[in-house]
Design a protein around this ligand. Structure first.
Ligand SMILES: [Zn+2]
Length: 184
């Protein structure tokens, strides 16, 4: 779906936040553009904001991370997705794998719980990447104002476990795709 239109639309900027495996970031940047029909840039890298760290929870507050990303935007229109290795939380959740907000146009995805080793299992790079792209497409869909999806096969379906993430498809369903292109 890569087209001339993609060049005219605002970019997606992928941001490695802190120390992140660049192979994963690079692959994500390559594959995420066609999903949203946008061109993609990779930012050199940014430090995880210290003010996001909650000492008691030993996690980073996702909302503070989003504020920092919003301030780093080159213009209002571009959409930002950051990838980090740190564990993220929201006040009402023990943790979040990812978090996106369409108002600032930014999202963040954490590899912390996506990694197999978190569950005491051997590392499986292919699984990690699949989960990363699924969660990234899911969060970016929110950024592009695609509302919640009830189709459990759709990549934009809200999941709470790695098993559910592994089970859903990598693609947006027809309804989400129509919402994305404004034809719903
Ligand atoms: Zn859907």
């Amino acid at each position: 779906m890569s087209s001339m239109m993609a060049l005219l639309k605002a970019k997606i900027v992928v941001v490695p936040l802190g120390e992140v495996d660049f192979t994963l970031v690079n692959r994500l940047a390559t594959e995420i553009g066609p999903v949203f029909d946008r061109s993609v840039d990779i930012l050199k890298g940014m430090k995880m904001p210290e003010e996001a760290f909650n000492v008691i929870r030993s996690q980073h507050y996702a909302r503070v991370v989003l504020s920092k990303l919003e301030r780093a935007k080159a213009n209002q229109r571009e959409k930002v997705i950051a990838i980090c290795e740190d564990d993220l939380y929201l006040p009402d959740e023990n943790y979040v794998i990812g978090y996106g907000d369409h108002l600032p146009g930014v999202a963040v995805v954490s590899l912390f719980r996506i990694r197999q080793e978190f569950y005491g299992l051997p590392e499986d790079e292919s699984k990690i990447y699949e989960r990363l792209i699924k969660e990234s497409v899911h969060q970016l869909s929110y950024v592009f104002k695609v509302g919640q999806c009830r189709n459990s096969r759709c990549v934009h379906y809200e999941t709470s476990s790695m098993m559910e993430i592994d089970q859903k498809a990598k693609k947006l369903c027809d309804i989400c795709n129509r919402r994305l292109t404004g034809k719903a």
